[in-house]
Design a protein around this ligand. Structure first.
Ligand code: ADP
Ligand code: MG
Length: 305
């Protein structure tokens, strides 16, 4: 009986979607530890969503398989072949590690694990543990060449939490473009977003369950990094998930959250926005704006509060 109703509900849902607005589609899935919602309007929008999710589930698998492969081979002297997607992510990450003197660093993995932020057992490490973990963090340990990667020290861990979602947004964005979608939204848990066409996006108040402002985006990516997504409180202090690689402790940020907007004409704009919001949270708005100007990278930064 239950099955029967489920089938009816399924058909009613499909029919109503088809009758009411045949060209507007929306689908939500859990991916990369976040709620991903894709919306598309117009011809081919359903195909664009389906194809995007297929590609994103594939991407998620590639990321975990390649990260494991690289970590397993760490220190053994041999480069390992990885997918072109993960190679591209790591190449972008390494570029910004170099430009930011290591403020953005995907080899932050061991420090992220030590703090356990976002897990059921977060804790403040001892001073000795913090000194020890620094030996296993540093972008200079990650080497890339011709589609292959190598970590030159065993125990160094890759964490793509600060860039993978942005790359995922870019993957979906390219599929939207291929299908001619001109209006829609690619939303990775409001952390990194791409607005296809004109869209109004609410910015979350980092200290309350409310929207603190609205930005209007048109064909551009928006990424926000803050101390409110993943954190724990110990001895009255808030310990959040964005780590300063210099100290291997949560960054002493100037703001509760920082947002970055990058225009859609910029190659892999969402990847860039994702990297830059994490970076700007660690470095602060002014230092980030300075390095962006010096390197002729067009991005707009704003913070709350
Ligand atoms: P969110 O994941 O909430 O969108 P971010 O894009 O700022 O936020 O990414 C934060 C995540 O990136 C952390 O949870 C961690 O996995 C990873 N990370 C933490 N510190 C750094 C850093 N300095 N450089 C690169 N990645 C980092
Ligand atoms: Mg980021």
């Amino acid at each position: 009986m239950k099955k029967f109703f489920a089938v009816i509900i399924f058909f009613v849902t499909v029919l109503s979607a088809d009758c009411d607005s045949p060209k507007n589609f929306e689908r939500t899935e859990i991916l990369m530890g976040t709620v991903v919602t894709l919306k598309a309007e117009g011809k081919n929008s359903r195909a664009a969503l389906d194809e995007s999710f297929l590609a994103l589930f594939e991407l998620e698998k590639k990321i975990s398989a390649d990260v494991k492969k690289i970590e397993d081979a760490a220190g053994n002297g041999a480069f390992v072949k990885i997918s072109s997607d993960v190679y591209e992510i790591l190449t972008a990450a390494q570029k910004f590690s170099a430009l930011t003197d290591g403020a953005f660093d995907v080899t932050i993995g061991a420090a992220v694990e030590l703090w356990g932020i976002g897990t059921e057992n977060p804790r403040v490490p001892t001073a000795d543990e913090l000194i020890a973990v620094k030996n296993f963090v540093g972008h200079e340990h990650l080497h890339l060449r011709g589609g292959e990667a190598y970590l030159d020290r065993r125990g160094v861990k890759i964490n793509l939490g600060g860039v993978g979602k942005g790359y995922g947004v870019d993957v979906a964005r390219k599929i939207f473009v291929a299908h001619g979608v001109t209006s829609g939204l690619i939303d990775f848990g409001t952390s990194t977003i791409f607005a296809v066409g004109k869209k109004k996006i609410g910015i979350k108040n980092p200290r309350a369950e409310e929207i603190s402002g609205v930005v209007e985006l048109e064909d551009c990516a928006l990424s926000t990094s803050g101390d409110y997504e993943k954190f724990f409180i110990a001895d009255g202090r808030r310990y959040h998930h964005i780590i300063d690689p210099k100290t291997c402790a949560p960054a002493e940020a100037e703001n509760f959250s920082v947002s970055v907007i990058v225009g859609g004409r910029e190659k892999n704009c969402a990847t860039l926005a994702d990297i830059l919001s994490t970076t700007a949270f660690v470095l602060g708005k002014e230092r980030t704006e300075k390095f962006l100007t010096e390197n002729k990278i067009a991005a707009k930064i704003f913070s709350a509060p």
